[in-house]
Design a protein around this ligand. Structure first.
Ligand SMILES: [Fe+2]
Length: 229
């Protein structure tokens, strides 16, 4: 996959070392976070430019182990959830998305950010679409590609590639995926498949840093302070 401006040629030794480190589980207190701290912050995201091929190789080298990430995994009965793992010093957002049976996203863009997706558990179906011709033409959106992602697979998309929708089509299995967005964003565009019409949507978190209750309490407290006389 083409990156914007490569930072460096992928370092095979580092990728291999990462794989061994992850698979042998020598990293204390959770590979996801420490993979992030040790490599993403210091090695990959210290420059403003990102080597998308290299990030994909590092993500591919990690073999999913639920013990590493289960503390971030919150499911909801009614919609898929976005759970923040790390904000990467504002260079990126690393998050766990938890998909109950039959849940899926709407068609969306990625606000000119890189989007990396690593399957941690289960399987997800990705449908890619062309950008609609215009904001006034009411046409069915055109699907250009479909991918079935299984555990440990990695996918990459940005706005120059197109738009996508992600779904857990299983009626008996949940799915968990790790997403890395760089730079982080708080709004994106969502699209109606039948017409191509778009709206802006705010993206939110269901939990932060593995803690749902504290995060929701803080939100409630801020709201309370905002509305009190
Ligand atoms: Fe996406």
């Amino acid at each position: 996959m083409k990156s914007r401006i490569p930072l460096a040629t992928p370092d095979a030794d580092l990728v291999r070392g990462m794989a061994q480190l992850s698979m042998s589980q020598k990293i204390p207190n959770g590979t996801v976070v420490h993979l992030d701290h040790a490599y993403f912050k210091k090695q990959i995201f210290e420059s403003e430019y990102i080597d998308a091929d290299y990030v994909q190789k590092v993500l591919l080298s990690y073999r999913s182990n639920a013990n590493d990430w289960k503390k971030f995994a919150y499911f909801d009965e009614y919609r898929y959830t976005r759970n923040l793992v790390d904000n990467g010093n504002d260079k990126y957002n690393l998050m766990l998305l938890c998909w109950s049976e039959g849940q899926g996203s709407v068609i969306h863009d990625h606000s000119d950010a890189h989007c990396f997706m690593k399957m941690l558990s289960g399987s997800l179906h990705e449908t890619r679409y062309e950008w609609p011709d215009s904001t006034t033409d009411l046409n069915q959106m055109k699907a250009i590609d479909e991918n079935q992602l299984k555990t440990n697979d990695v996918a990459y998309i940005n706005d120059s590639i197109g738009l996508h929708r992600v779904e857990n089509r299983s009626d008996s299995w949940k799915a968990v995926s790790l997403h890395l967005y760089s730079p982080p964003y708080s709004k994106c565009q969502v699209f109606d498949e039948r017409t191509g019409l778009r709206n802006q949507a705010k993206v939110t978190f269901y939990s932060k840093y593995g803690n749902k209750k504290t995060y929701l309490y803080k939100q409630f407290k801020q709201l309370h302070e905002f509305v009190k006389p």
